[in-house]
Write a protein that binds this ligand. Structure first.
Ligand code: S6P
Ligand code: ZN
Length: 195
């Protein structure tokens, strides 16, 4: 890895970067246990392990002082009433923040912290979202047909803790409803006394 300035271009309307170091794909099977309708999840998975989201990453050292940047694309879709979403994570170095900039689509970021606070913030083109230190975060695409595309920037030493969310889930789920979306309690969320 060289230590030279880095650029990449995001050409509309697709907003896939002009180049990248790593391209990660996550499909339904990577999200087992996270959607509230497990029977519908199994039905969908038996038909096809559909692509749910993709991440384009640029490599930099995973050390304090560096910033990691890339593009996240959550495709449209639902498992039952629940919109397609990322796995979601805390940062392994818990006290590290992240900035998201929405380039395309419509969605929300579902967030919570270990103290029991939660938040759901809308993502729409041109919106910047600051995720404070200690807040787990998950992007959700609430559009019927369009991708949700965000640019993210976070500290090089942040790392990812996926296990906590895999085990306990998020407090809130994002469902289709009469409005653009509905914020509902997640029946699969595991309260602190059961962990
Ligand atoms: C990394 C940052 C994003 C996510 C991406 C996919 O800290 O939050 O790059 O990695 O949106 O989500 P997840 O939960 O699978 O990492
Ligand atoms: Zn993150």
């Amino acid at each position: 890895m060289n230590d030279l300035p880095l650029t990449y271009d995001l050409a509309f309307p697709q907003v896939v970067p002009s180049h990248w170091d790593a391209h990660l794909t996550r499909s339904l099977s990577n999200l087992r246990g996270q959607f509230r309708d497990a029977a519908e999840f199994d039905r969908m998975l038996s038909r096809e392990d559909s692509l749910v989201y993709e991440v384009y990453e640029f490599h930099r050292p995973h050390i304090a002082g560096e910033l990691l940047t890339g593009i996240s694309i959550v495709h449209p879709g639902r498992v039952g009433e629940e919109f397609f979403m990322t796995k979601g994570h805390f940062h392994a170095e818990l006290v590290t923040a992240e900035v998201y900039y929405c380039l395309k689509g419509q969605g929300v970021m579902v967030m919570e912290n270990p103290q029991g606070d939660w938040a759901v913030e809308e993502l729409k083109p041109g919106r910047v979202l600051y995720v404070p230190p200690c807040w787990a975060h998950r992007s959700v695409n609430t559009a019927d047909r369009e991708d949700l595309v965000t640019l993210f920037i976070y500290p090089g030493n942040a790392g990812h803790d996926y296990g906590t969310i895999e085990q306990q889930g998020f407090r809130k789920s994002i469902l289709a409803g009469e409005e653009k979306y509905v914020i509902a309690d997640n029946p699969r969320w595991m309260p602190p006394e059961k962990r």
